[in-house]
Design a protein around this ligand. Sequence first.
Ligand code: GAR
Length: 201
Amino acid sequence: MLTRARIAVLVSGGGTNLEALLHAQESGLLPHGEIVLVVSGTEGAYAITRAKAHGVNAVTLPRKTMGQAAFEDSLTELLELSRVDLIVLAGFLSILSEDFVRRWPDRIVNIHPSLIPSFCGKGFYGLKVHEAVLERGVCLTGATVHLVNEIPDGGRILLQKAVEVRPDDTPEILQRRVMEQAEWVLLPQAVEQLCKQLTGG
Ligand code: GAR
């Protein structure tokens, strides 16, 4: 059995969810996991600066310039070299191919900023999710942590938390509330839960 599951975090932008994971690790809230690698698919992602500030190996693989196949090949190589057990999509805004996903059954976990099955699927990512929530006029939104698996299994939902939508919200204000009240709390909890299972702890 593993002692600590080796975690890779995939990012695209600001990296506040990565920061929440790093903070959890440093506060002893991730006893069954260890973040060993951060990969950004986008050049200039601030998440990379955050990872380096915490002394974590951080690599950029510019997906758009490389193309999807070369990106996934290089990513696979990095994941294998780092002997990764669990992949966390923390604000990773690109789609991974079915081939890639198939190679990591029950080993990829994603955070989405809505209560799935609402406001998810093609075109729903980042701020766009909160814009759609406000446009629809719902009173509750939230965040979901789920596994990413092949269709038809899709991805089992691991944790969800509801967050209030207020009448004077802007997408940015709502995004911040969902992050603070749901995402930054749920993601470290779910990752620890998975790492515990993987290590048989
Ligand atoms: C987060 O709100 C995350 O849930 C969302 O992007 C943001 C990234 O922020 N992810 C998706 O929309 C995935 N479909 P971060 O880079 O500061 O963690």
